[in-house]
Ligand binder design. Structure first.
Ligand code: FAD
Length: 345
């Protein structure tokens, strides 16, 4: 079923730059919805280096990746942005004119947006799962093979095979084991890149006989696609065995790909979106690109550059959202009207 949402702006990507754009838009009374393929906000900061220190955010001598995202979330809270997580924006269609832009965006979860402007803050592209090189796996995807868990209930009473040794593999092992008919975890080695506490919980479940753990790699799938019956596993010594299963969940990490943005009719340069440096608008009026995804002479892929780009893009978005209003420049320090919007006055 499709949900249809009308809004001022859709921001594609909830990384640090997309998040700060909400603040700059909010000061101008512009409502924003954010969509991200990840199940959490924060883009690269939260996904790739949550505990690493960043030293070049103005005003913060040191802040971790996750710390920066937590602060940005607190900063934009007064504007109540709506998040659509675990959804990928697949299509973007122009409905309006250059003077009065209007767009339709659709996500892979069936959400449809009608919006006056679009801000693409998609970083290096969408995070997508790394897929194991198993012949014919595509035929099982979406029915028996899943790279993410959106809801647990569909897995109830299923024979589940989880493959991998990182946090996602271990977290889902521990969470799905109680509702599975039988759960098996498969990993190449008896060593994990996951929180020690979760690894201990998994080992306790194995010791209780509540689940199985095997070493090896899946080399083939059995069944008539898309219905999976078993996975054929090869051990280090070359011997093979079979694990009966209804669903397989491979968790091999994420990679960044430009993804559907390449099909949106925008000018691209080496998988980046060229923009002007006055408004950070793309070749299509009403569509903006900020943060790591854009390119212009002198571009630095730094978070602070993305923050500046979002501020300038918001000024132009204002003219599309309120074509008859004049924009008055104000400081948050001294403007009571801005402070009211921030809930501090
Ligand atoms: P991202 O953080 O990449 O977020 C983009 C989001 O868009 C992602 O979550 C993605 O899933 C989503 N997305 C993309 N396409 C779609 C789609 N079609 N539908 C839905 N969602 C989509 N920068 C600094 O300034 N200082 C540093 O010290 C620093 N250290 C770094 C250390 C490491 C290890 C790394 C990897 C990067 C570092 N960076 C640093 C770079 C910084 O993280 C990036 O510049 C910043 O994350 C860019 O922010 P962004 O919001 O543009 O994109």
């Amino acid at each position: 079923m499709s949900d249809r949402i009308e809004t001022d702006v859709v921001i594609v990507g909830a990384g640090p730059v997309g998040l700060f754009a909400v603040f700059e838009l909010g000061l101008l009374d512009i409502r924003a919805h954010l969509v991200d393929i990840l199940p959490k906000v924060g883009g690269q900061c939260a996904e790739l280096y949550p505990e690493k220190p960043i030293y070049d955010i103005p005003g913060f001598p040191m802040v971790t990746g996750q710390g920066l995202i937590d602060n940005l979330m607190a900063q934009i809270e007064p504007f109540h942005p709506t998040f659509h997580l675990s959804e990928m924006v697949e299509s973007l269609e122009c409905l309006g004119t250059a003077e009065a832009p209007l767009f339709r965006l659709r996500t892979d979860a069936g959400t449809e947006f009608i919006t006056k402007a679009v801000i693409i803050a998609a970083g290096g592209g969408s995070f997508q799962p790394k897929k194991p090189p198993i012949p014919g796996i595509e035929g099982f995807e979406g029915t028996s093979v899943f790279y993410a868990v959106r809801q647990m209930e569909p897995f109830r009473n299923k024979r589940i095979l989880i493959v991998g040794g990182g946090d996602s593999a271990l977290d889902w092992t521990v969470n799905l084991a109680p509702l599975a008919k039988r759960l098996t975890l498969l990993h190449r080695r008896d060593a994990f890149r996951a929180a020690p506490d979760t690894v201990n919980k998994m080992r306790a479940l194995v010791a209780e006989g509540a689940m199985d753990f095997h070493l090896g790699q899946v080399v083939a799938l059995e069944g008539t696609a898309p219905v999976l019956e078993a996975a054929v596993v090869r051990r280090d010594d070359g011997s093979t065995f079979t694990i009966p299963c209804d669903v397989m969940l491979p968790f091999f990490g994420l990679t960044m790909k430009l993804g559907p943005i390449a099909q949106w009719g925008l000018n691209l340069h080496e998988n980046l979106i060229p923009v002007d440096t006055e408004k950070f608008e793309t070749s299509v009026p009403g569509i903006f690109a900020i943060g790591d995804i854009n390119t212009y002479p002198g571009k630095l892929k730094l978070i602070l550059s993305g923050f500046h780009e979002g501020a300038l893009a918001a000024q132009r978005v204002f003219h599309y959202v309120y074509p008859d209003k004049r924009l008055v420049f104000q400081y948050t320090t001294s403007s009571t009207s801005l402070q009211k919007k921030l809930g501090v006055h």
